[in-house]
Design a binder for this molecule. Sequence first.
Ligand SMILES: Cc1cc2nc3c(=O)[nH]c(=O)nc-3n(C[C@H](O)[C@H](O)[C@H](O)COP(=O)(O)OP(=O)(O)OC[C@H]3O[C@@H](n4cnc5c(N)ncnc54)[C@H](O)[C@@H]3O)c2cc1C
Length: 379
Amino acid sequence: MEFALTKEQEMVRKTAREFAEKEIAPIAADIDERAEFPAETVRKLGALGFMGMTVPKEWGGSGMDDISYAIAVEEVSRVCASHGVTMSVCNSLVCWPLMKFGTDAQKEKYLKPVASGKVLGCFGLTEPNAGTDAGSQATVARKEGDKYIINGSKVFITNASKSDVTILFAMTDKSKGTKGISTFVVDSNTPGYSIGSIEKKMGIRASIQTELVFQDMEVPAENLLGKEGQGFKIAMATLDGGRIGIAAQALGIAQAAYEESVKYAKQREQFGKPISSFQAIQWFISDMATEIDAARLLVYKAAFDKWKGRPYTTSAAMAKYFASDVAMKATRNAIQVHGGYGFTKDYAVERFYRDAKITEIYEGTTEVQKMVIAGDLLK
Ligand SMILES: Cc1cc2nc3c(=O)[nH]c(=O)nc-3n(C[C@H](O)[C@H](O)[C@H](O)COP(=O)(O)OP(=O)(O)OC[C@H]3O[C@@H](n4cnc5c(N)ncnc54)[C@H](O)[C@@H]3O)c2cc1C
């Protein structure tokens, strides 16, 4: 077994780290405080080829492997988890289903601009009454001739108000349950498509989540992604890969919390010596380092499975479940290492703690990951 990264993967880490430290770090605290979407640095991430990393070059992407993608999300999230999720949505939730299920015409029109970083995309699955129970879609698409008329709404949609392309799920035949859900690729400027309220959040405040509302929105039948009735399958398959991105985001947040803790523990003195000399602090550091290493192995293993065409539903669920838990623990203990100062906005660990929480919730809560894992083990 070889644990070394390839030259390309090392290069991705270097590029992502340098970009994040040079361009994102100086603004990360400020955009969090003001809940401001960082349009300029997101555009630069796109120009670096980070929005469609595993999409082949012929379709506007960077043609890289899934471990490189996980590393890029990890490195960007180490500095700013809001940038991390913006990237993860475009790569995993928009480019991947377009690449996997799209026609050449759909790839040309919708995949290329997102994968090449020219425009952003979003993924509209969640509704007010369809969260974990994503199969209970109330958004309805009615076929009329060569178009579908779509009515309904979505909530919590990341990037929605900044996106040109929406991967949208709607019920085409309610009598068939989850087999009656279909997927559409929708232009954001379609009449009847509108942005609703913006979510005010405790973490990843510089990413943007909004409601989406569709009123008699006419979508050409050629914008159906995959076949009618395949939507739920497409959503679940897409989220399998998305979980690797979120696990990588959690890993980056945990790594940042660890690094800040080591730095602070060596600087801060109490009782005439650095707090790093106290065993209680040393144990925080060793627990963080050990658990982060374990999380990294799970995240890269899931990415490796996906890259090599092996089944990855379970390894991705394990990676997300474990890495998000590690991020929560590492950020909580990072604040403990910083004492009262960690509770203030003068230190980044306060932001990391708030940002970590979402990794246990979106793209399937921790409870859902455990259901997925158990479902595989007990089948
Ligand atoms: C910041 C943010 C960004 C998001 N981005 C997107 C996006 O881009 N696109 C999108 O479509 N969605 C997005 N979401 C939605 C997100 O995926 C859902 O919030 C998540 O899936 C949980 O759904 P819910 O909030 O309705 O919680 P609920 O489903 O109501 O769950 C509440 C609690 O019940 C538990 N629970 C529910 N069912 C079960 C069960 N069967 N067994 C055990 N426990 C259960 C859950 O684990 C949770 O603890 C986003 C959410 C947030 C907060």
